[in-house]
Design a protein around this ligand. Sequence first.
Ligand SMILES: Nc1ncnc2c1ncn2[C@@H]1O[C@H](COP(=O)(O)OP(=O)(O)OP(=O)(O)O)[C@@H](O)[C@H]1O
Length: 225
Amino acid sequence: MKKVLIKNLFKIYNEKKQNEFVALKNINLEINSGEVIVLRGKSGSGKSTLLSIIGGISKPTSGDILVDNENIAKLPDIYTSNFRNEKLGFIFQSFNLINGLSTYENVMAPLVLKPLKKELLESKISQALHLANIEHKREQKVESLSGGEKQRCAIARALVMNPSIILADEPTANLDKSNSLVFVEMLKKFKELNKTVVVATHDSLFENLDFVDRYIDIKDGEIIE
Ligand SMILES: Nc1ncnc2c1ncn2[C@@H]1O[C@H](COP(=O)(O)OP(=O)(O)OP(=O)(O)O)[C@@H](O)[C@H]1O
């Protein structure tokens, strides 16, 4: 089954203005369910732009993007946020955690609007904390976590809704070598859990991993075969 289908996709920033910039040029890509993809490219090549479109955070200028057969390029914004919440887990390089709240509360954030019984809510959060190996820091305020722990908290938050797709943008950019290796192990776990995963990176740690199904190179907004 095709999880993501991208057809003739363009993203043009500041269209028809003097500073017009074509960030993505005619991208065509099919991603199968359960595939783990590493998207490689230099800084500025368009990796984040592509991830944000796959994740419904931004809309393409033209072209189609189907996720589970739903054309999210044409979906009104109120539906895209719902789609994101239900299907997607995002892991950002800057973690995007909410300071002042604990690890537990951060992981709970995507669930706050769900009418869930307290026990179910707690079991979902505990499961995500366990998977991301950050249970032992559940009560700690996130601003006092180490870089690696912050990321594991962000991973738990990305997993708590049990998303079928996980998108990670430069996940090791702010991590040291040993925490980066922990992330690579986490990626393997995602594969075993049959998640569809796209990791955008230029970290050589992601080279030659046997559980990665495909490496895709992007240069100046174009996929190079
Ligand atoms: N809102 C915007 N307005 C204008 N140009 C933009 C905007 N967002 C991104 N760009 C440009 O689009 C290009 C692609 O950016 P993008 O963030 O997708 O690259 P990237 O491959 O993820 O880079 P990095 O590895 O540095 O994160 C860059 O040249 C960037 O300057």
